[in-house]
Design a protein around this ligand. Structure first.
Ligand code: SF4
Ligand code: SF4
Length: 152
């Protein structure tokens, strides 16, 4: 059973994540270095998965962000284009630019990506769990007074 001190620390942690960091999910686990998130990936630009080769070429011209300059299209499915990263060593299943990898890679998997609808790769060592459980959110909502409709 959780002691009072542990309960208090857990409450502080929750408040810090919710109010200061503005997070909705805790990220647990660790990278198992399977390399799956470096190949067969969808890439989002301005919250939308890149759909066409032309769109990608335009993005590369405008946005010099290094991540776009080092990925290649390898396919397309119903969600959008599928990419692989040139800096991924397929045999060793390691990043060849690990120390200089873009922030999007060093932060992966971030809550932001998760909130945008991205799924973790099967077998990924990370998982996300809501900071506030459904029944806690439900309790908060049901405590709010219900507005009465004014008669015209
Ligand atoms: S899919 Fe998950 S476990 Fe595999 S390399 Fe990426 S972050 Fe690490
Ligand atoms: S830069 Fe490295 S970590 Fe990022 S996608 Fe490419 S291979 Fe993976």
């Amino acid at each position: 059973m959780m002691s009072s001190m542990n309960k208090f620390l857990s409450f502080l942690k929750k408040q810090f994540h919710l109010k200061i960091l503005k997070k909705r999910y805790y990220r647990f686990g660790k990278c198992l270095q399977c390399g799956c998130c470096c190949e067969n990936i969808y890439v989002r630009h301005k919250n939308e998965i890149i759909q066409t080769e032309e769109e990608f070429e335009e993005i590369k011209k405008i946005d010099k962000y290094s991540f776009y300059q080092h990925i290649d299209i390898i396919g397309k499915d119903e969600f959008g284009l599928i990419f692989t990263c040139q800096r991924f060593d397929k045999e060793k299943r390691l990043c060849k630019a690990h120390k200089k990898r873009p922030t999007i890679c060093s932060n992966y998997p971030s809550e932001e990506i998760f909130m945008m609808g991205a799924c973790l790769k099967e077998g990924c060592g990370y998982r996300f769990e809501p900071i506030e459980k459904f029944d806690e959110v439900f309790k908060k909502i049901s405590k709010k007074p219900v507005k009465k409709f004014e008669q015209l």
